[in-house]
Write a new protein. Structure first.
Lengths: 730, 376
């Protein structure tokens, strides 16, 4: 759209208030001293078409709203009358102190508001505010005095991005900085660092897994052993209880034994005491031997006494007998009898031959006559003879009072001896009597001794039979001794049993004892087994717990590590995408740059050549921009723009920008604002530059803001027509 | 009537890999604190039964701090019976945290065998079942036989009511309908279900006790109340100290970064420092600018964690002339052309989208630093 500014009306903007500028359609030069409002006016033009830029910036110089807030504090407001493709519009814009902006584009012919909702500048010029500012708004920008490379860069930037401040190189460097910060050279950069950190954590996680398996194994071992230990403890407790019961039971048995011994001791003591009560004292062997000896002696003496008494009695009997025999022995009568017998014997001597004859006859008869007759005869003769002889002998002693003849003879023969016997018997009787007397005395003595001795044992009891008593004493003494021995043995046993024993404590200990089912030794053996097992398990556990602590100590919390690893993984993934995006952006910018170099640069160069040739008065023809964006001049001898003078380079720069405006707004006229754009161009070059600007003015409306008259003079001298404008205030 | 406290899906020692390691550790500590608060609350109300319906732990790896905390806290309530069913995240078995933790006597852990524990003094039979592996394809609710219907019968298990083909103990409504329990304390679904009923059988998912990711938005907690024969009264109690929230903000009206930050700050002003916020930015932007989370704001008035999911699309307002004759225009054209080759959900598309934004920002002489990445 061809746009021409017809009138600029400032209500209030920065230092300008109620100012009006009426430009021509060609070149308009506004000459005014510094601080008179030239740059403000230039900014006002952009404000009306695009509004304020940088309103979020805090600095005044970067924030146009702050920079151009009317000094009076009023609303920034104004309008520009334009003709766009033959239609006349008034673009009116205001911005309240609070920042509220409003704009309207009124068709002056119809009075209608057009381009509603659009940015007027974009609608009219076809470019955004940014590109407008960069291409049509030449605000006191000049190329640096030195640093050819920088100048060349700016020129390149203009040629392909329409902005000398930012171009491929800067954009790519900015992106590469970020890309390299993410992934740098030699393993540097955020992502490699994160990857290393993640890998280190991964290694830790792996190590932790192994450690964890070890930890689990150790825990399982410890747990298993703890179960065994608990079982061990339980069984040990049972065994301890069993052993305790055994101890109780042993105490109980010991107590029972003591009680039994006490009972037995009491019993044997009573028996002993009972036995002891039977004797005054218990005889010892010597005493008993003495008693026995004395008693034996007494017994022997008594037997001797009996014998002596019997001897005495016999002596007395003998004496009596002798006396009696002597008294009975009537020697006279015997003698008479003897005489009678003598006569009888004489008769018998007669009678015997008769008997023999008779026997002879008898035999003769038997054998001669008859046997029975002989026998009868013999028997009768014998009988008769015997009877006759017997009667004759028998009758004689008895007549004298003797039994028989022998008796008579005996009496006669014994009589002397009887007499002698009598003396002898008397002597023997006296001797026996003495012996008896002596024996009796001894018996009495012995009896006395023995009674005395016995009375020591049995007191004053009547003694009938010393032997029995002695035997009794012996028996009793033996019994007493036996029971005493038994008692003493029992007592000793009891003493031994209770020695060092607190019976009450023993009784307390024995309380609730039950009979053990097993021997103490078995229980002790099992207890020892469990004790050894416990010691072994405890030792193994202690070692494993140390090992566990060690492994746990070098094992981080896997949950934390995994969280950290996953977090890093996410960050790596996110940054990797961004890294790819940076790489992609770089690639596409470089591709675009290459495209621009190959497509846009030659076109711009061709257009710029026209302006540059004019601006240098034909001195430099053939300004070209190659695909490497190196600018060269000269048709015959190419030389880099880097070798041009500063003023010539400025001319080249201005030519490039005018060419860019031509290219961007091809076929359309737009206002171009040059705000102190020629300050470094000398007067001679300025005249040539005026020709170049005049060429541009064939298409575009040009505004030249300057603080002096140099530009107007140069343009006049060059024959380039222009209109002088001024800021008029109402 | 007995007092019941029912929680599930605690997921202690979750990695919280979303966060930086330091923040993740802080979140793990907060999770332990939430669980401790729940136990304190149960003690305070003198709950008879404390139920954890699975996934007490997030996995087999449990820190010593966590084990110590659990044992210490459980031991503080010897009169309270604690029933735990192992879930699909912490199945009972070799290497399981349950194996390595010496629980006090008032704690009962249900494993792979279906068991019932009778609390004679309370007149309650607690039935339970726990996972022994990550998968269990049978219904943990079906197949029980109630021993004494006159008693209060409670089932503690981990299972999934959302899918009959679930690998995590699929439970159908019919299973619940036919079960005959007075209350089924379920776990697995992290979103609180509220108290539900089927044929007089009350059941409930209390949800996770503390959100752990942007899949678990809002404040979380547990259920507590009373259970008696024929009547269950359970209410939700919040225990989470913080929450996850996810909002989408359209910043298409932002002309520049400052505008965008103002729009974002206005949109998130109800989320303060107890919130981890995922911020999805959408809209078509004329200018490319990168917003880092810490540029939105820090302090008690802002979420303690902000994650930006930038789904804005940069579409510089370039005229046809600009599109053809400027570097930026050519760059945008080339990137867009490349983007058309890929699906919008692909990584390539995301890379190109970011590259577009980075490139434009770079060409506009703006910062292209996009990796504050949080502190580590």
């Amino acid at each position: 759209m061809n746009v021409r500014i017809d009138k600029i009306s400032v209500v209030s903007f920065g230092k300008l208030k109620n100012a009006v500028v009426t430009p021509t359609s060609g070149i308009n030069i506004l000459s005014a001293p510094n601080e008179s409002g030239k740059t403000t006016l230039a900014s006002f033009i952009k404000f009306v078409f695009y509004g304020f830029a940088g309103t979020r910036n805090h600095g005044i110089t970067d924030n146009e709203r702050k920079l151009y807030t009317p000094w009076s504090g009023e609303t920034a407001e104004g309008s520009i009358d334009i003709t766009a493709d033959g239609v006349r519009y008034t673009v009116h814009r205001l911005c309240t102190p609070s920042g509220k902006e409003s704009v309207e584009v009124v068709n002056r012919a119809t009075g209608k508001n057009e381009f509603v909702g659009a940015v007027p500048g974009e609608a009219l010029f076809g470019v955004g505010e940014e590109l407008f500012a960069k291409t049509l708004f030449f605000k006191q920008l000049t190329l640096p005095q030195s640093k050819d490379e920088l100048i060349a860069e700016r020129l390149r930037n203009i040629s392909i991005s329409a902005d000398e401040q930012v171009g491929t190189k800067k954009a790519v460097e900015r992106l590469k900085d970020c890309k390299n910060e993410l992934v740098g050279k030699a393993g540097k950069g955020i992502i490699p660092s994160l990857i290393r950190e993640r890998d280190a954590i991964e290694e830790n996680v792996t190590a932790n897994s192994e450690n964890r398996r070890e930890i689990m194994r150790l825990r399982a071992e410890i747990k298993s052993r703890n179960i065994k230990l608990a079982d061990n403890l339980e069984k040990s407790a049972v065994l301890e209880a069993e052993r305790e019961n055994i101890e109780k039971y042993e105490a109980y048995l010991r107590l029972c034994n003591i009680n039994r011994l006490a009972v037995e001791e009491k019993s044997v003591r009573e028996e002993y005491e009972s036995a002891s009560s039977a004797l005054k004292k218990c005889g010892d062997n010597e005493e008993l031997a003495y008693l026995t000896a004395v008693n034996t002696e007494l017994f022997a003496e008594k037997r001797n006494l009996e014998y002596l008494e019997r001897s005495l009695s016999e002596s007395e009997n003998e004496l009596t007998d002798v006396k009696k025999r002597l008294d009975e022995c009537d020697i006279e009568k015997a003698k008479a009898a003897k005489d009678a017998v003598k006569r009888g014997k004489t008769f018998f001597k007669i009678y015997l031959p008769i008997a023999l004859v008779f026997i002879a006859v008898t035999v003769a008869l038997i054998f001669a006559v008859s046997k029975p007759l002989g026998l009868i005869f013999s028997v009768s003769g014998v009988i008769l003879s015997t009877i006759g002889a017997a009667l004759s002998l028998k009758g004689t002693p008895k007549k004298f009072g003797f039994e028989s003849i022998s008796d008579i003879e005996k009496t006669i023969s014994e009589y002397p001896s009887l007499k002698a016997n009598l003396d002898s018997a008397r002597k023997r009787k006296e001797s026996a009597f003495d012996a008896v007397k002596s024996s009796r005395n001894k018996c009495l003595e012995l009896s006395s001794d023995i009674e005395n001795a016995i009375s020591d044992f049995i007191g004053d009891a009547e003694i009938e039979n010393t032997s029995e008593i002695i035997e009794k004493i012996r028996v009793l003494s033996a019994d007493i001794a036996k029971k005493r021995a038994l008692y003493e043995a029992k007592k000793s046993e009891l003493n031994n049993a209770v020695s060092g024993v607190d019976v009450e404590s023993l009784a307390e200990l024995a309380r609730n004892a039950t009979e053990p089912k097993r021997d103490r030794i078995i229980v002790e053996r099992e207890l020892k087994f469990y004790s050894d097992q416990k010691a072994m398990l405890s030792e193994l556990n202690r070692r494993d717990e140390l090992e566990l602590a060690s492994v746990e100590g070098r094992t981080g919390d896997t949950a934390t590590l995994i969280g950290k690893r996953d977090s890093l993984e996410n960050m790596i993934n996110d940054l990797t995408v961004k890294h790819k995006a940076y790489e992609t952006a770089i690639k596409f910018i470089e591709d675009s740059s290459d495209y621009m170099k190959s497509m846009a640069a030659p076109i711009i160069g061709e257009r710029a050549d026209v302006y540059f040739s004019t601006a240098t008065g034909g001195k430099y023809n053939g300004l070209e921009i190659d695909t490497r964006l190196s600018m060269t001049v000269g048709e015959d001898f190419r030389r880099s723009c880097d070798y041009l003078s500063a003023g010539t380079r400025d001319s080249a720069y201005l030519s490039l920008r005018l060419a860019l405006a031509d290219m961007l707004f091809e076929g359309c006229g737009v206002p171009i604002i040059l705000d102190d754009a020629f300050v470094r161009i000398d007067d001679e070059r300025l005249k040539n530059m005026a020709l170049a600007v005049g060429r541009a003015a064939e298409k575009h409306q040009i505004f030249i803001f300057t603080h002096g008259s140099r530009e107007a003079d140069a343009f006049s001298e060059s024959g380039v027509g222009f209109g002088e404008i001024s800021i008029k205030t109402n | 009537m007995i007092k019941v406290f029912h929680c599930a899906d605690i997921h202690l020692d979750s990695p919280f890999s979303l966060f930086s390691p330091r923040e993740a550790e802080k979140r793990r500590t907060e999770l332990r604190a939430a669980f401790t608060s729940a136990l304190m609350f149960a003690r305070e109300i003198k709950a008879d039964i404390f139920i954890i319906s699975g996934d007490l732990f997030d996995g087999e790896y449990v820190t010593r701090d966590t084990r110590d905390m659990i044992v210490r806290e459980f031991a503080k309530s010897p009169e309270m019976k604690i029933f735990i069913s192992a879930g699909n995240h912490d199945p009972l078995g070799a290497g399981s945290p349950y194996e390595n933790t010496e629980f006090p006597e008032n704690v009962y852990v249900f494993g792979g065998e279906r068991e019932v524990v009778s609390l004679e003094d309370l007149g309650v039979d607690v039935y339970g079942f726990g996972f022994t592996s990550k998968d269990y394809r049978q219904s943990p609710v079906a197949g029980w036989s109630i021993r004494d219907k006159s008693r209060i019968n409670i089932l503690v298990c981990h299972g999934d009511t959302t899918s009959a083909n679930s690998d995590s103990g699929p439970i159908t409504k019919k299973d619940i309908h036919d079960s005959g329990f007075d209350y089924i304390a379920l776990g697995h679904i992290h979103k609180p279900s509220g108290l539900l009923s089927e044929n007089g059988v009350y059941y409930c998912y209390p949800g996770c006790i503390e959100g752990r990711s942007f899949d678990e938005l809002g404040y979380r907690g547990a259920m507590c109340g009373t259970v008696e024969k024929g009547s269950v009264d359970m209410r939700f109690v919040r225990f989470s100290k913080s929450r996850y929230e996810w909002i989408t903000v359209d910043i298409s009206k932002a002309r520049d970064k400052m505008d965008a930050l103002d729009i974002i700050r206005s949109a998130i002003k109800q989320y303060t420092d107890d919130t981890a916020l995922r911020l999805t930015l959408k809209g078509e932007l004329k200018n490319a600018f990168l917003i880092l989370p810490n540029e939105i704001g820090r302090g008690c008035e802002y979420p303690y964690y902000i994650e930006i999911e930038d789904k804005t699309f940069v579409s510089p307002d370039l005229s046809e002339l600009e599109g053809k004759n400027t570097l930026k225009g050519v760059f945008c054209g080339k990137i867009r052309e490349e983007m058309e080759k890929y699906d919008a959900d692909s990584e390539e598309y995301r890379v190109l989208s970011l590259a577009l934004k980075y490139g434009i920002a770079a060409l506009d002489d703006r910062s292209v630093v996009d990796y504050s990445g949080g502190d580590r």
